[in-house]
Ligand binder design. Sequence first.
Ligand code: 2AM
Ligand code: CA
Length: 269
Amino acid sequence: MALRSPLINVMAGAAKKAARGLLRDFGEVEQLQVSLKGPSDFVSAADRRAEEVIRAELTKARPTFGFLMEEQGVVVGTDTSNRWLVDPLDGTTNFLHGIPQFAISIALERDSKPFAGVIYDPIRDEMFWAEQGQGAYLNEKRIRVANRRRLEDTVVVTGIPHRGRAGKEGYLPQLAAMMELTSGIRRFGSAALDLAWVAAGRFDGYWEGGLKPWDLAAGVVLVLEAGGTVSEVNGGQGMLHSGSILATNPVLHPLMCEALVNAGSRSAL
Ligand code: 2AM
Ligand code: CA
């Protein structure tokens, strides 16, 4: 049985509390889908409400920590070495369309490095969590990255740049390369869950560009603690700054990295 630290309990508790509201709101979205006005204002409000719940819970438990949040931005704490990175609703486009693939992502950054993370999928009641040096877990079970060693055996996941997103130019050659090399490519629309599913061995690898620190921080801890390797698509370690990410197991990492870089990713991501 996995023993959660007080820190993970605080993070998981905040995620679960916000998830109750999101689940209620997701039910509403399914109704609003057919209304003329559409659900987008409603979803923005749901997003903000979830963030407020998370902020309140985390502040109650650790009053000195600062925040970087998707909706409310930066809150400077008196403790300068600990900061929460919060994405209250990752997979917003899915949520808006009534597609049940979204998550709450909360990371703790310590001395500017991701230290602990929880990613909660309220639809499946799956809590992914990890803390530096303690391993990665799904609910009560230890998880590990998949151990496939040949690209031809892999199923990988990605995010496809769309209207309003940068990085479209260099993406198609990357996609073409992966189409040639892998057994299959998926696009699920939640960066946080994509990373959590790599950590759990469901996907063999994941790459995407144009992301934000709150999309990535918790998932980075999860994949590393599950025995994976994480970098930017070009192999660098500035994932949270550049928003470029490649996560897979240590054997596949150099293979995927080389294939993506050769496809022309260096200029685009
Ligand atoms: P979001 O749902 O919180 O916006 C989809 O490819 C992934 O990219 C999601 O995790 C999505 O997070 C994230 N993302 C980051 N910036 C985005 C943007 N400007 N537009 C759409 N998705 C974005
Ligand atoms: Ca997000």
